[in-house]
Design a protein around this ligand. Sequence first.
Ligand SMILES: [Zn+2]
Length: 72
Amino acid sequence: MPIYEFQCKDCGEVFEELVLGSNCQGVKCKRCKSSQISKLMSQVAFKSGGKFVSASGSACSSCSSGSCSSCK
Ligand SMILES: [Zn+2]
């Protein structure tokens, strides 16, 4: 499941939110409920077996899958 990282422009809070598709319109800051948030595109993470595997920069080069944890 794709979990995106967001940063609140008001209080600076960084939080993760599960986003279905590309719809992140309803995402609000978990601390101050502000809708002034920015999506941290490079911090897409996938939950894999209970641990987070970062897909940024170090994405698997063998299968091009960000969630791959077996051939890293
Ligand atoms: Zn906030």
